[in-house]
Design a protein around this ligand. Structure first.
Ligand code: PLP
Length: 280
């Protein structure tokens, strides 16, 4: 079942307008929530980010957060989802194609659940990444539907035999195509500050919280490609990939070429967190 506008419907009964501004302009915002044991993971962080994206692109949310939360929980129940994701997008509405905001259109919400197993292989063995120019706009903190640069970069990485891309702006590392990136050097964690150049990842915030609990020093400070290449450990963080080690970059091994001890410590704290139920 999907949630579309104000109804729960089977997928083949959705009637989506070809005038939806999501199609014409990518004029919308979205969130991807993790579901563990039938429960939304870190929902408060997602709702806060959704409200910020909505405010900054001037789309009004069709529901209060409380109501939305109730609907998403109902969606999970209706689909009997235990482990997976909830995808939710809100576009500015359907109207004849013109750049200016339409006067009449109402925002359109679409949400669905899908089963998704944890990425156990990647978590255990890590992935290979390649670096690429970050050619995106200057509001990467907004979770909008405009993902073409991310899509292009991800495919280019796959075409080179890697699993993901690490973006940099003139040598300053920002994030990956759909995840944040952290490095470890001499026991210290480092990640790009949460400003307009990266998405403020929910998992990133969880990792920083866990690092504090584990007394792992962490700095939210930009780092360069040189720092990346000299790091002892590198990992990415995201809702679907959790804390995934990056074990090679541009075909060169990171550190020993295997996931390192700080990454392992954070992974195990994360496992503990998701096993313990987190429905705040
Ligand atoms: N950066 C980008 C560009 C993303 O698309 C995502 C997630 O989709 C992230 C970072 C990680 O964010 P989160 O941890 O909230 O999934």
């Amino acid at each position: 079942m999907y949630l579309y506008q104000h109804e729960f419907l089977p997928k083949d009964e959705l009637r989506i307008s070809s005038d939806d501004r999501g199609y014409y302009f990518g004029d919308g915002i979205y969130e991807v929530f993790r579901v563990y044991n039938g429960m939304l993971f870190e929902p408060a962080g997602h709702y806060e980010r959704l409200e910020r994206s909505a405010r900054d692109v001037r789309i009004s949310l069709p529901y209060s957060i409380d109501r939305l939360d109730g609907l998403l929980r109902q969606l999970i129940e209706l689909n009997k989802l235990s482990e997976g994701i909830v995808y939710m997008q809100i576009t500015r509405g359907a109207a004849e194609r013109t750049h200016a905001f339409p006067k009449q259109a109402e925002p359109i919400l679409t949400a669905y659940c899908s089963e998704l197993a944890r990425p156990l292989q990647a978590l255990e063995h890590g992935i290979a990444a390649v670096t690429a120019d970050d050619i995106r706009w200057l509001r990467c903190d907004l979770k909008t539907l405009n993902l073409l640069p991310n899509v292009m970069a991800k495919q280019a990485a796959l075409d080179q035999g890697a699993q993901d891309v690490i973006f940099h702006r003139s040598g300053t590392v920002t994030e990956c195509s759909s995840s944040n990136i952290m490095i470890v050097k001499d026991g210290e964690l480092r990640t790009h500050p949460a400003n307009h150049l990266i998405l403020h990842g929910i998992t990133r915030a969880v990792v920083l919280r866990l690092a504090a609990e584990l007394h792992i020093p962490a700095k939210e400070e930009a780092f360069t490609l040189d720092d990346l290449n000299n790091a002892d450990e590198v990992f990415l963080s995201s809702t679907t990939m959790e804390i995934t080690p990056i074990v090679s970059i541009d075909r060169k091994p990171v550190g020993s070429g295997a996931p390192g001890p700080v990454t392992r410590k954070l992974q195990s704290a994360f496992e503990h967190l998701i096993g313990s139920g987190n429905d705040g």
